[in-house]
Ligand binder design. Structure first.
Ligand SMILES: [Zn+2]
Length: 386
């Protein structure tokens, strides 16, 4: 069993008491850093002992705030010392941003609010702002399926780490998931093909047209057009968001049913198969890809399904059978110049991802075709234009 932690961000209503607390806590950290440097103390325990008496005279808060401040100060000093050794830093660290990492004794998560104990038997309540995403976590937490870890608060957000004990054992089979602008394709080692034709592109092209029409209006009715623009971009985002959730759910349910681990491409900094002409298109697509990946990852983790990422370089240009160079053949197919192997380009991307996991790809997988045996192409998640 492993502890899976998912950090969820909540908004909150900040008032003067919280503002003061945040500022005081920052002062506490800097006070601890100063003291540690003065006496050349390195460990957290020694630092706490060193500062405690003076801290108590300066601040009238629960003792646990002292512990938290010492913990943060000592970890800041630790990373500073490491940088000094490498010659990367000189000036001692200083806390500038407002934030508090609460000792678990200080704060109680109550679903829609936090109860912070400022002093013994004196509490401050912080109302949390949340949407559908956060609500799911709250519900799971209420059912006792999730535990709450060390909560952090900064000037704008509260970050709640939810922990769940799951059995992320090494699965026997893996599924590689390729996400692109018109479909999501998955190939598993056992072997299965799943293909989800989704309407994400339709959403964006539809709203692109709508936006263009509104823009024409802006000359005559600037205020109305601005209002319409906001309304429709909000709608577009929500539609895409919902669809991403649906796609992720299908993938994770499929993986859960078959006991697969999930392999995806590490898309950080890399955009692939994207219409290069339009910047906006590009942004929307990479935004959707990441969103789908993010949803798949968190849903997978909650279900105890391991997720690994592989480098997407060359996943779509090399032959999964012999490693030779591929050339496009028609719209969808790719053919190997070396051994003549050919398949759908997205299927090939998945096969290469399976290969990059480090284990050989079973030969049955290489002969899998879209629409062939074990192929679930019928999964359609579409979007009806308004
Ligand atoms: Zn080949």
């Amino acid at each position: 069993m492993v502890d899976v932690v998912l950090s969820v961000v909540f908004g909150y209503e900040r008032d003067e008491v919280i503002q003061k607390l945040l500022e005081d806590f920052r002062d506490m950290i800097n006070f601890c850093i100063e003291k540690a440097l003065e006496s050349n103390v390195t460990s957290y325990a020694k630092l706490r002992k060193l500062v405690y008496e003076e801290w108590k005279q300066r601040w009238d808060y629960s003792t646990h705030f002292c512990h938290s401040a010492c913990k943060i100060a000592s970890s800041m000093l630790k990373s500073w010392r490491r940088k000094v050794r490498k010659g990367e830093a000189k000036k001692p660290p200083k806390a500038r941003k407002l934030f508090i990492r609460f000792d678990p004794q200080l704060v109680k998560f109550e679903g829609d609010r936090l109860r912070i104990s400022i002093r013994p038997r004196q509490f401050v309540y912080v109302r949390l702002k949340y949407g559908e995403y956060q609500r799911r976590f709250i519900e799971e937490w209420r059912k006792g399926k999730l535990k709450v870890g060390e909560i952090t608060m900064n000037g704008e957000k509260v970050i709640v780490p939810f922990r769940k004990e799951v059995d992320l054992t090494n699965p026997k089979d893996w599924i590689a998931i390729d996400i692109n602008e018109s479909n999501v394709t998955g190939i598993s080692t056992n072997p299965h093909i799943i293909r989800i034709e989704h309407g994400l592109r339709t959403i964006h092209t539809t709203y692109f047209e709508i936006r263009r029409r509104i823009q024409k209006l802006s000359k005559y009715k600037p205020i109305t057009s601005k209002r319409l623009m906001q309304k429709y971009s909000g709608r577009e985002k929500r539609k895409a968001h919902d669809l991403c959730h649906k796609i992720a759910k299908i993938i994770v349910d499929f993986a859960k049913e078959h006991g697969f681990g999930i392999i995806m491409e590490d898309l950080r900094g890399i955009r692939k198969n994207i219409n290069k002409g339009r910047n906006l298109n590009r942004r929307l697509h990479s935004w959707n890809f990441r969103k789908i990946q993010f949803f798949i990852e968190y849903k997978a983790k909650l279900n105890g399904i391991p997720v690994i990422y592989v480098n997407p370089r060359k996943t779509s240009s090399l032959c999964p059978r012999c490693g030779g160079k591929l050339a496009p053949k028609g719209q969808r197919l790719m053919k190997c110049k070396n051994c003549g192997y050919e398949n759908d380009r997205d299927v090939i991307a998945c096969l290469n991802m399976l290969r990059m996991r480090g284990a050989p790809v079973p030969p049955e997988c290489l002969s899998m075709k879209l629409g062939g045996r074990n192929s679930s192409r019928w999964l359609n998640v579409t979007f009806k234009p308004p």
